[in-house]
Design a protein around this ligand. Structure first.
Ligand code: SER
Length: 324
């Protein structure tokens, strides 16, 4: 049977880039992009879906004979703290809707993104293992930790093939993040390329696990392509990219922009970051589906600067569109 993919949250940081990769893989006719609002410029099939509306998801699944769902809609860590109960409600309701529609419509595979935000003070900060104790301190992290367990529940109870990755902070030039604690690591490149000063909301030594967009997308496609028998983790896989602090990324940027000025003004997001791992042990993903990151900080910096320069030169991005 032909693969037909539904992406929920296709306008987001990961969703927009993943949608393009899925279009390349399966063809534009076999990828249904969806989000709360239509996209200005989009080539392919787009449907407006509010994922809190189960009937609407079901309608689209039936209409296009969808076989796989990538559920990328969520309120992220920093933004989520503004309205904790609403964040819980939205993050969980949308997941339950996806799981229930998938179960009843016999969807082949579901992708559910988790995050390093599932970890809290009970987990070691260095080389955090896949099976570390989870005591997240943000509502986003609690919703992801619960979501992982629900993903496993649907697999064990109903045989639904749900697969999941705990993403580190994702860095990309194609799209803008919104409401995350790791988002500084995207913003910093925009400011450098625009030759503006940068105000960092984390401390200069706040090391966090990060990953370049290309690696994040490849990991997603690889875990979804892996033979079912190799998927030994039904909660979520740790994946590592590279870990760095604000001071380290700034030092790398200064190799290209020696006058780049930075001020550190840590806010509540520093408290969130201080409970997250610094480095991740991804040996289970490496064993099960041969995960291996490719981009180091130097490659990320070179690529980000080059691509953003191009985009700003051609006017395809402007700072007003930054969400933070
Ligand atoms: N990048 C996300 C955030 O900062 C973590 O999943 O919220």
């Amino acid at each position: 049977m032909e693969t037909v993919v539904l992406v929920i949250g296709a306008n987001g940081q990961l969703g927009s880039v993943l949608t393009e990769s899925l279009q390349q893989k399966y063809g534009n006719d076999n990828v249904i992009a969806s989000d709360l609002r239509p996209k200005d410029t989009f080539e392919g099939i787009f449907e407006v879906i509010d994922a809190t509306d189960r009937d609407r998801i079901q309608e689209i699944v039936v209409k296009y004979k969808v076989t796989q769902i990538y559920h990328l809609a969520a309120i992220l860590s920093a933004k989520g703290e503004e309205t904790p109960l609403r964040t819980w409600d939205i993050n969980m309701k949308t997941l339950f809707n996806v799981l229930e529609v998938s179960r009843t419509q016999h969807i082949d595979k579901v992708f559910f993104p988790s995050s390093i935000a599932v970890f809290g003070e009970g987990a070691p900060l260095e080389q955090t293992p896949n099976n570390a104790y989870l005591d997240p301190a943000t509502v986003y992290g609690i919703s992801k930790a619960a979501g992982e367990n629900w993903a496993q529940y649907y697999y064990l109870r109903y045989g639904l093939d749900v697969r999941s990755i705990r993403y580190p902070g994702v860095i990309g030039y194609q799209s803008l993040p919104g409401g995350g604690t790791t988002d500084y690591a995207v913003d910093v490149y925009h400011k450098a390329v625009l030759e503006e000063d940068f105000n960092c909301f984390l401390k200069e030594d706040a090391t966090l696990p990060m990953i370049f967009m290309d690696d994040a997308i490849r990991a997603t496609l690889e875990v979804m392509d892996a033979p079912k028998k190799d998927i030994s983790i039904r909660t979520s896989y740790n994946i590592a990219g590279i870990s760095f602090s604000p001071a380290e990324v700034v030092a790398e940027i200064r190799k290209l922009y020696p006058d780049f000025k930075v001020q550190y003004q840590p806010d509540f997001r520093q408290d969130i970051a201080s409970r997250w791992p610094k480095t991740i042990d991804d040996s289970v993903a490496a064993r099960d589906w041969r995960w291996k990151p490719e981009f180091d900080l130097e490659m990320i910096t070179k690529t980000m600067v080059e691509k953003l320069r191009e985009q700003y030169k051609t006017g395809s991005k402007n700072l007003e569109t930054l969400l933070f």
